[in-house]
Design a protein around this ligand. Structure first.
Ligand code: P5A
Length: 441
């Protein structure tokens, strides 16, 4: 993409309405714009990040065996009357009427809708287990939308729903998601710690929130420090195997959100190993048994022909919230520092002298070469002074900057800067494409 043509309205000044760094940087780097309270438009650069996050979430869902569907945003109130949640849900639900005066709502979550789809499509225990997910916009009329996409009213969620014949099966499905979530967040460069959590309006008695530690987080959390350094990515996961040992490894150390905090248990941990901190909830998983399947009559024929009410769980990831959470976890004074896996472009070419034919030629060649190797590139060929270009590049956080000027080029060299470390190196022009493609692997 050529930057001179790109719709990238960056801001020099800090917007007054933004209280936390990720919100400030998302506005300044031209990722989003607010259109009403808690509702945002995604601009090209922001949308590329959102899509990358979605892609990682989707790949890990598919890998775990879940199947993608797409349910509508608008739901009928009758659906929610079936489960008994219509009145219970309260003012967070955006209720609307169509032209026939039928009561509708903008879905805050999809337990009811998926239960009906399941009920109408699955009749026998032989078709179990099933795990269905979608990535769809939700609306919750939050009392206090704030911090940009962190607590929006309209937000993008990945939600999935598991159906099993018995509790043991449902716990296996829960464990699968537990492990899939650890992998998903690790791939985004995040340390997400699973913590015992309150189930709120979703219900059930077993749930974990996945928390990124951050001072600006909305949740107070308490955990054993040992959990902060644990790693998951190195492992190959066999989703057919018993995953309880991995889950137990994570849950044997104390970790709880404020609502589930047990002071006595926490104080049994040696003081030097206790961590009381704040965090951002990027995911939340629930096992709730038959809370929806029972009132909504989601039954299948069991092995002996008997009717069995299915056991369910639901699992959510805040896809749009993750854009903010990643920035909270990864930025510096100059701006955003994207982890490579979610970066809107992997490489930026900074042309220091656009009116110099040789420099422009070299940049053009690099651009073609990188694109040809499947590397996404943003090409800054704008007619601006170098200082302004460097500041913009650091602000938008592209992981690798290739800086091309007449001096270096005279000796066949360009400068390559790593956004995260700030390290600069000189590379021969002819080596850049090969070297960066190799590093980005
Ligand atoms: C699980 C999936 C649920 O809704 N039903 C389907 C269950 N869980 S949840 O915890 O309420 O939400 C799941 C994740 O969505 C994100 N989230 C939000 N993101 C931005 N703005 C909001 N207002 C918002 N509310 C929830 C969180 O990441 C949460 O973990």
């Amino acid at each position: 993409m050529r930057m001179s043509q790109y719709f990238l309205p960056t801001l020099k000044e800090n917007p007054a309405e933004a209280q936390i760094v990720s919100h400030r940087l998302m506005l300044r780097a031209g990722l989003i714009r607010q259109t009403s309270a808690g509702i945002y438009a995604w601009l090209p650069l922001g949308l590329r990040v959102l899509r990358n996050i979605e892609r990682i979430v989707r790949e890990e869902q598919d890998r775990s065996g879940a199947q993608e569907v797409l349910m509508p945003t608008i739901q009928s109130a009758d659906l929610w009357r079936e489960s008994g949640r219509y009145d219970a849900y309260g003012p967070e639900m955006l209720r609307i009427k169509d032209r026939h005066d039928r009561e509708m709502l903008f879905g805050p979550t999809n337990e009811e809708m998926i239960t009906v789809l399941f009920r109408d499509g699955v009749k026998s225990y032989r078709d179990l287990p099933k795990n269905l997910y979608h990535i769809q916009w939700k609306f919750r009329d939050e009392v206090r939308p704030r911090f940009g996409v962190m607590r929006g009213r309209e937000f993008l969620m990945k939600d999935n729903y598991s159906f099993d014949i018995d509790k043991a099966g449902a716990i296996h499905s829960y464990n699968k998601m537990f492990v899939a979530y650890l992998r998903t967040f690790a791939r985004m460069g995040l340390k997400a710690i699973p913590m015992r959590a309150d189930t709120g309006p979703i219900g059930g008695d077993l749930s974990h929130e996945f928390i990124i530690l951050a001072e600006t987080g909305e949740s107070a959390v308490f955990c054993h420090k040992g959990l902060v350094d644990k790693d998951i990515l190195g492992r190959t996961i066999d989703y057919g195997a018993d995953l309880q040992p991995i889950v137990t490894e994570w849950t044997s150390l104390y970790a709880a959100t404020d609502e589930m905090h047990d002071t006595e248990a926490f104080e049994k941990i040696p003081e030097s190993e206790r961590l009381a901190a704040r965090g951002i909830e990027v995911g939340h998983i629930f096992y709730f048994g038959t809370k929806y399947s029972k009132p909504m009559n989601a039954v299948v024929a069991g092995p002996n022909g008997e009717q069995v009410t299915v056991e369910m769980g639901s699992y959510g990831i805040g896809v749009s919230r993750l854009v903010g959470a990643i920035i909270e976890a990864s930025h510096d004074d100059g701006g955003i520092v994207w982890p490579e896996s979610v970066a809107p472009f992997k490489v930026a070419i900074v042309n220091l002298k656009p009116d110099d034919g040789a420099v422009a030629g070299a940049c053009g060649k690099l651009y073609e070469g990188l694109q040809g190797s499947g590397v996404s590139v943003l090409h800054d060929e704008r007619d601006l002074r170098p200082g302004a270009k460097f500041a913009d590049m650091d602000l938008i956080g592209i992981p690798w900057q290739v800086i091309v000027g007449p001096k270096g080029l005279g000796a066949g060299k360009v400068e390559v800067k790593n956004r995260r470390t700030g390290a600069r190196e000189e590379l021969a022009l002819d080596d850049v494409v090969g070297e960066l493609s190799r590093r980005l692997g």
